[in-house]
Every structure is written in C-alpha cells, then in structure tokens.
Design a protein around this ligand. Sequence first.
Ligand code: HEC
Length: 159
Amino acid sequence: MALSLRNKLVIWTLIFVGLLLLNCSREREAKIETTEKTDSTTCAKPLVNPNGDSELALLMRAMRDTTKSFKEMIMAGKVPTKFPDVFLKIHSAQPTDNETKKPSFNGFADGYLAALKNLSSSDDLNVKVNYNALVQACENCHSEHCPGPLGTIRKLKLK
Ligand code: HEC
C-alpha cells in the first residue's frame, strides 16, 4: 500500500526535526570542549606562554578530574579516603603568567589542601558536607584569581 501524501509529509518533517536536534547537540558538545580548553586564557594572555600549558594549568585539570571522580564515588555511596599527594604541588607549580598568583594565593591554596585532607578522613555522615567544602575552596580562590572556570567548578557541587 502506498503512503498518502500526508503521511509522507509527516515522515519527512520528523526526519528534518531529528537532524536539526542532532546538529544542535553536536554544536553544544563542541562548545563545552572549547570552554574547558580556554579556561586559563581568562587568567593570562595566551601569548605569554607560547610553549603550551603551564604546570599549574595541568595540575588544575587533574584537580578538576579528581574532584569529579570524588563526586561520582560519593553519589555511588562510597567515601573517598585517599589523599592525593600530587596536589601538594599547588604552592610551587608555575602559572601561565607570573602575575597570576596574587599574594592571597597561598592562603587559598592552604584552604584547599585543608579541605582535601578533611575530605579524606570523612565518614558516611559528613562526606557530602566535606566534599562541598572542598568545591567551595576551589571557588574561593577562583573568585579572586581566575574566574574563567567558575562555571565548571560550581557544577561540581553536590546537591
Ligand atoms: C589557590 C588558588 C586555586 C585553587 C584552590 C584552585 N584553583 Fe584552579 N586555578 C587557579 C589559577 C591561578 C589558575 C590559572 C592557571 C594558569 O594560568 O596557569 C587555575 C586554573 C584552573 C582551571 C583551568 C585549567 C586549564 O585548563 O587551563 C581549572 C579547570 C581549575 N583551575 C579548576 C579548579 C578546581 C576544580 C579546583 C578545586 C578542586 C581549583 N581549580 C582550585 C587557582 C586555584
């Protein structure tokens, strides 16, 4: 049985809308990727660092990924107990631009390390509060030092 003209029209409309939606979500993904890649460009002019990503930027990406994995663990009902020693380097890691680290940097860095230590000694009852305190420590430093990643950081919070 041949399809009526009306049915054909409906099918073509559905295909067209489907393709539009697909394209839209691809564009959104591409946009998210570029935002994450260019986060540090809001803190320093990229020209300052023609040799690639700074030690601090790489450390920050690892901090972001580790925090994300803590969040997933907690959501799965587990408590992260390992203190990641690599992040002690936050004090000495070289930023993209020497001007980036303001005098308040070390205080914020200590706040972050203290929150990290606290999280690693959490139990079931306080793990969520301690985790959100860690994300707050990221946010505190970033409000003053490098506002670019604030959106990414806030998304790490546990509700
Ligand atoms: C003591 C201050 C401080 C703390 C705490 C801090 N950051 Fe950062 N972060 C910075 C600075 C400064 C930069 C810019 C680095 C550069 O320009 O080389 C940065 C850069 C970043 C970037 C961009 C990296 C890139 O791709 O270029 C991300 C993402 C980020 N931080 C996430 C986090 C997260 C998540 C936390 C908490 C787990 C955190 N930060 C804690 C100061 C801080």
